[in-house]
Structure formats: structure tokens, C-alpha cells
Design a protein around this ligand. Structure first.
Ligand SMILES: [Zn+2]
Length: 215
């Protein structure tokens, strides 16, 4: 849709990254190095969850080739690893489970199917606790291919949940939209994604309600 004129895949990441500051009048979202780490983790998750526009398409992960391309472009998988139809089903189930838990983080119900899907993805990817040469801890999958890529996303979700800014990663409250967004408002009060479609819809609804109650 025209008012969601954002690039996809790796380009989308770069676009979103560049737009972490509004050069005209702020705010600077990456105020310090902790915010930067949190943003990068959250943004990888957002980019993945937003590979489909639930309101009216398109689905970026339409087949196993586009899934493979997206995962390679976003550094989650090596090029030339095979992607089956079953991998595609798994990847989309994981995406929707991540969407579910982002929603739960901002007040929606926790669905057992989402929890089960993510626990299974962690097991299948053989996610392990590791300590790197830099002395820092991380979760890393032993599996390769799509299973490994899903493990990296589950690890990113795990890390994001431990971040104090976890509550800022939200789903648009419009049930038809459920777009993932990072709430950078000062009091963390945003409920709708910034896409013109949702923002304007809400504005129009409030206007109609005010007009009705005033009449
Ligand atoms: Zn929305």
C-alpha cells in the first residue's frame, strides 16, 4: 500500500536504522549504547514479523526461495542452504508466534500455541548458551539452515525480553493490522502503528465519536 512505502529485507533494515533519528527536530532513538543494542535486536524481530502486511498483503515470504533470500539478506543464514516447503511452514509459524508474544508483552493474551511453537523452535535449532571471546554471553543455535535461522530469531526474542525496553516493542492495536512497531514516545503510550492507514483511521474514528457526542 502506498502509505507503507518502506523498503523490505536488508534495505528495510538500513532504512529503519537511518530513520532512528528525525534530523529535523529529534528525537534521537539511539541515545546511548544500551539503547542501540536493544534497538538492533528489536529491529531484527520487527523486520521479521513485518514480512507480511496482515491487512492487505503482500506476503514477503511467499515461497521457500523468497524465505531463503530474506534470511540470507538479513544475515540469519548462509547462502545456498536448502529451504524446503516444510521450512517455510515452520518459519511462518515462528513469525506468528513472535508476533503473538510481542502482543502479549503489550497487554494481549498469551496463546499456548505461540509458546509451544517457540519452545519447539529453540529445541529444533539446538539453542545453546555460549560465552564469546569478548567475554559476553549469548544464545547460539547449533543447527544450520532455516532451523538455525529460526533459533537466531528465538535468541533475539529471548534477549529482547530481558531488555528494559521490551515493553516498547508493541503490536498495533488494530486487530486487522497487528504490525510490530517500536514505541519511541516519551511516555510509552503509543497504541497504533505510525502507518497512515492506522493513524488516520483512529483519528477519523475519534473525530466521528466527538462529533456524535457533541450533537
Ligand atoms: Zn496498524
Amino acid at each position: 500500500m502506498a502509505d507503507r512505502d518502506t523498503a523490505t529485507g536488508a534495505l528495510g533494515l538500513v532504512q529503519a536504522y537511518v530513520n532512528t533519528v528525525d534530523l529535523r527536530d529529534g528525537p534521537e532513538q539511539l541515545a546511548d549504547s544500551n539503547t542501540l543494542g536493544g534497538w538492533l535486536v528489536a529491529n531484527g524481530l520487527m523486520a521479521y514479523v513485518n514480512t507480511v502486511d496482515l491487512r492487505d498483503g503482500p506476503e514477503q515470504l511467499a515461497d521457500s526461495n523468497t524465505l531463503g533470500g530474506w534470511l540470507v539478506a538479513n544475515g540469519l543464514m548462509e547462502a545456498a542452504e536448502p529451504v524446503s516447503k516444510k521450512d517455510l511452514e515452520h518459519a511462518i509459524a515462528v513469525r506468528e508466534a513472535i508476533r503473538g508474544l510481542i502482543g502479549a508483552g503489550s497487554g494481549a493474551k498469551v496463546y499456548p500455541i505461540d509458546v509451544a511453537t517457540l519452545n519447539e523452535a529453540a529445541v529444533v535449532s539446538r539453542l545453546r548458551a555460549r560465552f564469546g571471546a569478548d567475554g559476553r554471553s549469548r544464545l547460539e543455535p547449533e543447527a544450520r539452515g532455516v532451523a538455525g535461522a529460526m533459533g537466531k530469531l528465538v535468541a533475539a526474542l529471548f534477549t529482547a525480553m530481558a531488555d528494559e525496553d521490551w515493553g516498547r516493542l508493541k503490536l498495533c492495536h488494530d486487530p486487522a493490522c497487528r504490525w510490530a512497531f517500536y514505541d519511541s514516545s516519551r511516555n510509552h503510550s503509543s497504541r497504533w502503528c505510525k502507518m497512515a492507514s492506522c493513524g488516520n483511521r483512529q483519528k477519523a474514528r475519534r473525530f466521528r465519536e466527538r462529533a456524535k457526542s457533541g450533537a
